[in-house]
Design a protein around this ligand. Structure first.
Ligand SMILES: C=Cc1c2[nH]c(c1C)Cc1[nH]c(c(CCC(=O)O)c1C)Cc1[nH]c(c(C)c1CCC(=O)O)Cc1[nH]c(c(C)c1C=C)C2
Length: 476
């Protein structure tokens, strides 16, 4: 029998699920419901008439691993190959990353000599921590915070500075609360399998899903791409997916359609919106966990309770454009540990990896300052009350003190990404186990995808959409 699948949420995960469902002959109808007026979620680019492109959310994607190959395969199938802007590992934006500690920028070691010497802000050569790591006893806990795990294995200094920064760059989160098991499963598994992160990384600790590479993904590997973007910004990807879905005969696309309530009925669902009801045999939810919790029926209260425990943080993203080449250093950008400044997380030097996104004509420098995250409320107060001007002032202050830039920006934009990154706090794995057990035990025709569960990167989210769509084969 042919079935109807409803996909809730038109971010990149929901679009990816629809794309793969549209190739599944067992699915006769796909209904995509998006509450806002646009698809793509946090993938959002401003394209100015003079050719300049500014990213308000994720910028370069990584090509590595099964999930990275999977995204490039999709890019290729969507006909976007010619739009790809690769950045290789030997590019200066891949080699040079900085930390802002003690009022100064410090280049992170990127070669062997940087690992064997003492390189500030660290007080001893990194090689000593690495060698010692191999003999530290295996942890016994089911989960541990990222900070505690790294302090135990590599020392407090690396945890306080490097890992604190990394967690701010990836999760905009606090490494003292984030779970190593869920945020860095490769590190956790390496310790479990080999007793050491270093040995685990060298020897490998298991294989990922099998995703054969397209010609584009093979090219990325051959040419050693570290990251890539698209000519007119990352938003080209959801735009191309939307076009693909609009050309499909059995996909119904709805924008401005918020889901109010979900009710189970017969073997499927009744999805109540402001102006009508849709019936579906199966739901793929690409909504953030807390948004799904609010729509679930009262009978599913234990599930809603678990979903609500997956918290989110808000990031203020300020894009700045300056006249000329104003950077005192060249690289990917710099991160700031929470001990130095709790509110400003980092600065990305966008024009270094992607000069193609600069306006045509005279040279410019494009920067993005990221603020808030896990410290948003503490530093800036309530998201409803804080003004865009406050973020713009704080961002230009940070650029002038960290990069010694006294010029005023030519152009700026402030975006407040409310609840944009889920936080996999200590015990996240157990919450996922409870959630999946509830869904299985109650035979709910419901699949959860998106950043709230098994990985926050764009590649992870796209892959979760594919897995959900393919997992329905034989089931719907
Ligand atoms: C809106 C802000 C975001 C911040 N992190 C993410 C977003 C969308 C998500 C994210 N960023 C990175 C990853 C890792 C995996 C990947 O797919 O690339 C994820 C899930 C990488 C990254 N982005 C920045 C940094 C410093 C890193 C760490 C790794 C690296 O050095 O390449 C830029 C950056 N992103 C955020 C901040 C605060 C920041 C600071 C410069 C938050």
């Amino acid at each position: 029998m042919q079935k109807t699948v409803a996909v809730l949420g038109g971010g990149i995960g929901g679009l990816s699920a629809c794309y793969h469902l549209s190739k599944n002959p067992q699915v006769s109808k796909i209904v995509l419901l998006e509450s806002s007026g646009r698809f793509g979620g946090w993938l959002h680019s401003t394209r100015r008439a003079d050719g300049a492109v500014f990213e308000h959310g994720p910028r370069g994607l990584r090509p590595n691993g099964a999930v990275g190959r999977n995204t490039l395969n999709m890019v290729s199938e969507l006909g976007l190959e010619k739009e790809v802007l690769p950045v290789t590992y030997d590019h200066v934006a891949s080699k040079n990353r900085f930390l802002y500690v003690g009022g100064q920028l410090h280049k992170m070691p990127s070669s062997l000599s940087g690992v064997v010497r003492t390189v500030p802000p660290f007080s001893r050569p990194l090689i000593l921590s690495v060698l010692k790591e191999m003999v530290v006893a295996r942890g016994e806990e089911e989960d541990e915070t990222v900070h505690s795990f790294v302090s135990r294995r590599l020392g407090a200094e690396l945890a306080d500075i490097a890992i604190d920064c990394l967690c701010r760059g990836v999760f905009a989160g606090d490494c003292r609360e984030l779970s190593v098991r869920s945020c860095f499963p490769l590190l956790f598994d390496a310790e479990r399998a080999r007793g050491s992160i270093v040995l685990g990384m060298m020897l490998g600790s298991g294989s990922g899903p099998d995703v054969p590479p397209s010609a584009l993904a093979s090219r990325a590997q051959r040419e050693r791409w570290a990251q890539w973007s698209l000519q007119k910004g990352m938003q080209m990807l959801p735009d191309a997916l939307e076009e693909w879905l609009r050309n499909g005969s059995h996909v119904q696309i709805h924008k401005h359609t918020a889901v109010k309530e979900l009710a189970t009925g017969g073997n499927g669902w009744e999805i109540k919106m402001e102006d009508g009801t849709v019936k579906a045999d199966h739901i793929i939810s690409a909504l953030p966990a807390h948004a799904l919790a609010s729509a679930l029926p009262p009978a599913a209260q234990p599930l809603s309770e678990q979903l609500r425990k997956i918290s989110m943080v808000t990031v203020a993203v300020v894009n700045l454009e300056y006249e000329g080449s104003i950077l005192p250093v060249i690289g990917f950008g710099h991160l700031i540990p929470s001990s130095e400044d709790r509110g400003v997380l980092g600065v990305v030097y966008d024009s270094v990896p992607f000069p193609e996104h600069n306006r045509t004509g005279a040279p410019t420098t494009r920067l993005t300052v990221m603020m808030g995250g896990a410290w948003f409320q503490e530093v800036f107060g309530s998201v409803e009350e804080v003004t865009e001007k406050c973020f713009l002032d704080r961002a230009t202050q940070a650029v002038s003190s960290h990069l010694r830039v006294s010029a005023q920006p030519l152009w700026s934009s402030v975006a407040i990404l409310k609840d944009c990154i889920p936080q996999y706090h200590l015990g996240h794995w157990k919450r996922l186990e409870n959630i999946r057990h509830y869904i299985g035990h109650h035979n709910l025709p419901l699949t959860l995808i998106g950043a709230s569960y098994d990985g926050v990167s764009v590649n992870d989210v796209i892959f979760s959409g594919r897995k959900a769509a393919q997992g329905l084969v034989g089931e719907v």
